[in-house]
Design a protein around this ligand. Structure first.
Ligand code: SAM
Length: 244
């Protein structure tokens, strides 16, 4: 399993990241996050190229970020309004941003980019430390699905259009709840391999991490449209709240 590194993912994908997330329900996510922030300042862990942060800022919210990848943040800086978002370059399980926030956001499964349970617990504590009393921590993540693997590996098709095919090869290491994936992206420009490491966790484990950080779960939906979370949910949007 390649080493986890807060800057590696962005280094490998920054130039095409926005093209890879075009199909995500960004408008729905921004609507819900805007509502949960309730007019207060927002801090995004793993702010990346500003997919969520820039539309939130455009709606009048004060937005800041932490990210491990200078390359991703450079793409953010090149977008309208991107130079007005303060970003700390660092690991969001330990790095700090000035201010006290109404909402801390960790979207797009990025909690799993942290290498261990310890680092994820530290991340929840870091989120709580940045929140005002009563503030919220929102996580978007997939629900682990070991049944999708056979003999520890899986290959699945993620996208097939006339001009792009994206497949993902994945290897599971259940003892430490690790998964290594490489996305294979075929377009007219050629082949790109996009590797990523994940330390996955079930929703209940994330709830316990929140409790260790003195936060309680307020909501859990299976998507940004607030579809109720249930037995068949493959992902979740969970909202934790620091006590007032
Ligand atoms: C999948 S992207 C998500 C970007 C953005 N939040 C979005 O929803 O489009 C993950 C981002 O988290 C950053 N990242 C990954 N691990 C990190 C870590 N340990 N500390 C800080 N940033 C990290 C990456 O550089 C990347 O910008």
């Amino acid at each position: 399993m390649p080493a986890f590194d807060a800057s590696a993912y962005g280094r490998g994908i920054a130039d095409i990241y926005d093209a890879t997330v075009r199909g995500l329900p960004t408008d729905q996510a921004v609507d819900l996050l805007h509502e949960l922030a309730d007019g207060g300042p927002v801090l995004e862990f793993g702010i990346g190229t500003g997919r969520l942060a820039l539309p939130l800022a455009a709606r009048g919210l004060e937005v800041a970020g932490i990210d491990g990848s200078a390359e991703m943040v450079e793409v953010l800086r090149g977008k309208p309004g991107g130079d007005r978002v303060p970003v700390t370059i660092g690991d969001f399980s330990t790095a700090t941003a000035d201010g006290s926030y109404a909402l801390v956001v960790l979207a797009a499964n990025t909690v799993y980019a942290l290498p261990s349970q310890d680092a994820q617990v530290a991340c929840f504590r870091n989120a709580a430390a940045h929140l005002r009393p009563g503030g919220r921590f929102v996580i978007e993540a997939w629900v682990p699905d070991p049944a999708a693997f056979r003999d520890g590996s899986a290959l699945r098709l993620l996208l097939m259009t006339e001009d792009a095919v994206v497949a993902e090869a994945a290897v599971l290491s259940p003892a430490g709840q690790h998964m290594h994936t490489t996305r294979i992206r075929l377009t007219a420009e050629g082949v790109r391999l996009l590797p990523a490491n994940h330390r996955y966790a079930w929703p209940a484990e994330l709830d316990l991490m929140a409790r260790l950080a003195s936060m309680e779960r307020e909501h859990r939906w299976s998507d940004w449209a607030r579809t109720p979370f249930g037995d068949d949910s493959r992902a979740h949007v969970s909202v934790y709240r620091r006590s007032a």
